[in-house]
Ligand binder design. Structure first.
Ligand SMILES: NC(=O)CC[C@H](N)C(=O)O
Length: 233
């Protein structure tokens, strides 16, 4: 069962549930105070405004006790995916490196963007080829990826950049960078490739009626590493 962890202010949890169920996966919304069930085989940290984005987006949810269980999942190879506010929670909790800060525009941006697949050898991207261009929407005010030089160089050298913002031809340019992210980075891997975060919303690009199904392959990452929170398989 894929647990979609809800905090006060999460607002993409139902969309995520719908998208995962559309793909035939067993998903359930789990309130953060209830803890993760032992049979958890995946954790999706959904988008939204947990704790109203107070302090910094994701900062307070990252410190909720349930995040210890999420960390255990990550350590045991249970797939963990953070989307948008979930990505901010992932970085704030240290599951993934770097930080998502205020957009260069200082505005909330809600628009379709193009992403180039940088590493296709991960559970989240094995449906694609490196260099593929995906159309997936963003909806955030604090999506500008930042990392210090050492962190950024390590991410690149360890092939842990999953996606970069690009134009329709797959060129990674300043003009195609919606929020000023360093290196146009839109998504990164944690220490293990079963842990990933991204600012764009794959659950909004899964059902055909939403205009793009390019996000399906990302969500299929939950099918690729069958481990459970309690260690059983
Ligand atoms: N859609 C979302 O998850 C929004 C993320 C976050 N609250 C922001 O505005 O940056």
């Amino acid at each position: 069962m894929i647990a979609i962890l809800q905090f006060g202010g999460s607002n993409c949890d139902r969309d995520a549930e719908r998208a995962l169920e559309y793909l035939g996966m067993d998903a359930e919304r789990v309130w953060y105070e209830d803890g993760l069930p032992a049979e958890t085989t995946g954790v999706l940290l959904p988008g939204g405004f947990s704790y109203g984005d107070y302090l910094r987006a994701g900062a307070m949810a990252a410190r909720a006790p349930v995040m210890e269980a999420v960390r255990t999942c990550a350590d045991r190879g249970v797939p963990v995916l953070g989307v948008c506010n979930g990505a901010q929670i992932g970085c704030e909790s240290g599951l993934t490196p770097g930080a998502f800060t205020t957009n260069a525009s200082a505005r909330f941006q809600c628009e379709p963007v193009f992403l180039r697949v940088e590493n296709a050898d991960t559970p989240w991207t094995r449906a694609y080829e490196a260099g593929d261009v995906l159309s997936i929407p963003i909806a955030h005010g604090e999506g500008r990826f930042e990392a210090d030089d050492d962190t950024y160089d390590r991410l690149v050298s360890e092939d842990r950049v999953l996606f970069r913002y690009c134009d329709a031809d797959g060129d990674v340019t300043d003009a195609a960078n919606p929020n000023g992210s360093r290196g146009n980075v839109a998504g990164v891997l944690g220490e293990r490739d079963t842990v990933a975060v991204l600012m764009p919303h794959p659950e909004r690009a899964t059902l055909p009626e939403l205009g793009s199904t390019d996000g399906q392959g990302i969500l299929r990452g939950f099918e690729t590493a069958p481990a459970r929170l309690d260690g059983a398989r």
